[in-house]
Design a protein around this ligand. Structure first.
Ligand SMILES: [Zn+2]
Ligand SMILES: [Zn+2]
Length: 69
């Protein structure tokens, strides 16, 4: 796979959109792995430095999912 920005060989893929990223263009961005409830508070489990391509725009907060039935 090639880098989305410069077409060099990618070293990883963006955690958010799946674009390829080379070592020059790799960035990191917090990624919410999971949300859970602890007592009366909702908590999120976050990876601070997930691979990020710099081209997509992850939302800072998770979007509410309409109920799936
Ligand atoms: Zn690149
Ligand atoms: Zn991306």
């Amino acid at each position: 796979m090639d880098c989305w920005h410069c077409k060099r060989t990618a070293v990883g893929t963006c955690r958010f959109c799946g674009r390829g990223i080379c070592e020059d263009h790799v960035e990191t961005h917090p990624y919410i792995l999971d949300t859970f409830r602890s007592g009366d508070v909702n908590k999120v489990l976050v990876v601070e430095d997930a691979l990020f391509c710099g081209a997509c725009t992850p939302r800072p907060d998770p979007v509410e999912l309409p109920e799936l039935k």
